[in-house]
Ligand binder design. Structure first.
Ligand SMILES: C[S@@+](CC[C@H](N)C(=O)[O-])C[C@H]1O[C@@H](n2cnc3c(N)ncnc32)[C@H](O)[C@@H]1O
Length: 224
């Protein structure tokens, strides 16, 4: 197994943010919402917190699937939020999606506590992964549904290169570079299980969901 190589937390470069916002993430992001629906069947109502929302593509897809919810997205990078303006413009669910600037662990969702918390591709950016799990415990209501998806770190540099070739061959240089760095920065399912145990979330389930992704799902404890 190759060692983890962290990358910068915030995606601050405008060129990087633009390339990310313009990329076609329809398959993994719709897959995110499908996998949420499988883990938590039924309606979603009220405010939802999307941690590390970036340009808001997942926030919008989630709001479109669940018409009775509103999504509060939180991200520390102005460039990513600005790059999302084009995605928001004219989107039928945009009126129920509110993206705001905020950096973990200092900032929190504006309507905490939330009954639903989602996060896609934030975990591998964090130098200290406990930041995500502590924010979820802090900002989640008792019994909250929590759903996180992230990349998994491959076993070898060759496996990293193979995934970059398969999924980013035609992508702009900046996106290909970011994907490679992200695979090196990602955690393994076993590392995430250890993080969850340390955060008091050992009841959460970690599932390998594709050749490069894992999902983490569970409910916060009900209050006693
Ligand atoms: C790979 S992007 C994912 C964006 C979005 N969730 C998506 O799936 O398209 C990761 C995002 O996390 C943000 N981020 C990283 N560290 C953060 C922190 N400590 N607090 C808030 N946002 C953070 C980055 O700025 C970036 O926009």
């Amino acid at each position: 197994m190759i060692p983890r190589r962290p990358e910068p937390e915030l995606m601050l470069e405008p060129e990087q943010a633009r390339a990310y916002a313009e990329a076609d993430f329809a398959t993994p992001h719709e897959g995110f919402v499908d996998a949420f629906a499988e883990a938590f069947p039924g309606r979603v109502t009220g405010p939802v917190l999307d941690l590390g929302c970036g340009p808001g593509d997942v926030s919008l897809r989630f709001a479109a699937r669940y018409p009775d919810c509103e999504v509060d997205g939180l991200d520390g990078a102005t460039a990513m939020l600005a790059a999302g303006e084009a995605l928001m413009a004219g989107h039928p669910a945009a009126g129920r999606v509110h993206l705001g600037e905020g950096c973990l662990p200092a900032d929190r969702g504006p309507r905490a506590p939330y009954a639903t918390i989602i996060s896609n591709s934030l975990l591998h950016h964090l130098h200290d992964p406990a930041t995500l799990w502590q924010a979820i415990v802090r900002d989640g209501a008792p019994g909250a549904a929590v759903f996180v998806m992230d990349l998994r770190r491959p076993d070898s540099t060759d496996a990293v290169q193979a995934l970059v070739a398969e999924y980013a061959a035609d992508a702009p240089d900046v996106l290909r570079r970011d994907f490679e760095h992200s695979l090196h920065a990602a955690f393994t399912p076993d590392e995430v299980r250890d993080q969850l145990t340390a955060a008091g979330l050992a009841g959460f389930t970690v599932t390998v969901s594709s050749d490069r992704h894992m999902t983490i799902a569970g409910r916060l404890q009900e209050s006693l």
